[in-house]
Write a protein that binds this ligand. Structure first.
Ligand code: SAM
Length: 319
């Protein structure tokens, strides 16, 4: 079978099975099957597919018609310009989560001008940044590593930690860090939020191979997170694809959706230095509940996403 008819018949098949964006999905899965880009698809419409390619394309389409997200079939998702490995052990990183990364970067100039003692640059073993202040950041519930790796890429001097309760997710995050040459930049740890961060978060050796110093409480400048925040009570409003294929503990927090955030906020307060920022993703549904939980914090602001929905909660630990 030639490429063009194979693509057209795939679009028809996905359309008839009510798969959203059938052309985009058919193209994506064909590019994955043939290991080529879109230009190749449209530049070689008469290319003859081998029997093996036809079989593998058919298999990928069959999986997609069951509702399995294309990203789990191809094993890839782009986030912050990085091609990330995704498996069913991790949530597929969403574009709106990039607002969390953007927020940290926007706050950096303010952080650089902050008063008080600065962390010692020597902990990085990097002579070139010896005079630079080093932001210490922890990404809670890192999943594929999306937020932690984007920040590691953007902030070469930052000291970055990432935790997740799922060992399988951490394996994916570590693989992504290695893929993007950021393995020595992010310390990954299995933990229940930040509850074991001080005792259990034994730092891995630094880039130089030397063990890094332990982490005293109250020494983080930023706690960032995209925690599970969907309530089980709103489960029927969640796309079937998400419910059926994405890890349940990455999506649902408990009956109301606030349960994980409720635990995260006091733990973040303990982890942060005075004046440090807590930045986490939310949905419009829980915004008011989150505002209540942040009573006592300074500078509480909600940032909207491109749809005008409250998407990022920002709060500062009182100095
Ligand atoms: C919404 S996903 C976010 C994944 C990734 N940060 C992203 O933005 O794509 C939430 C993540 O939190 C993790 N998680 C859930 N409960 C947790 C807990 N109690 N402690 C640590 N991580 C948790 C899940 O395993 C999942 O990887």
């Amino acid at each position: 079978m030639q490429l063009r008819p194979a693509l057209n018949s795939a679009i028809e098949r996905l359309t008839s099975q009510c798969v959203p964006s059938p052309r985009m999905n058919a193209e994506l899965l064909l590019m994955f099957t043939l290991d080529c880009d879109r230009a190749h698809l449209y530049g070689h419409p008469e290319r003859e597919l081998t029997a093996d390619e036809v079989r593998r394309y058919d298999e990928a389409l069959a999986r997609r018609t069951t509702g399995e997200p294309a990203q789990y079939i191809t094993g890839h998702q782009e986030f912050w310009g990085m091609d990330l490995i995704v498996t069913p052990a991790v949530l597929i990183p969403r574009p709106e989560t990039e607002h969390v990364v953007e927020t940290v970067l926007e706050l950096m100039p303010l952080w650089r001008g902050r008063p008080g003692p600065r962390p010692l640059a020597v902990q990085h073993d990097r002579a070139d940044v010896a005079e630079e202040p080093i932001p210490r950041i922890v990404d809670v519930g890192t999943g594929s590593g999306a937020i932690a790796l984007a920040l590691a890429k953007e902030l070469p001097s930052a000291e970055i930690y990432a935790t997740d309760i799922s060992t399988a997710a951490l394996e994916v995050a570590r693989a992504n860090a290695a893929k993007h040459q950021l393995r020595s930049r992010v310390h990954f740890h299995r933990a229940d939020l930040l509850s074991e961060i001080f005792s259990d978060l034994t730092p891995e050796p630094s880039a130089s191979g030397q063990p890094s110093a332990g982490l005293p409480r109250g020494e983080f400048d930023f706690v960032v997170s995209n925690p599970p925040y969907v309530g089980e009570s709103e489960e029927d409003q969640v796309q079937l694809e998400v419910r059926k294929f994405e890890p349940r503990n990455a999506v649902f927090a408990g009956p109301t959706g606030l349960e994980v955030i409720e635990r995260l906020i006091p733990q973040a307060c303990e982890a942060l230095r005075p004046g440090g920022w807590l930045i986490f993703e939310i949905s419009g549904t829980i915004a008011e509940g989150v505002r209540g939980l942040l009573a006592g914090w300074d500078d509480v602001v909600f940032k909207n996403d491109l749809q005008g929905i409250a998407r990022v909660a920002i709060a500062r630990k009182p100095s």
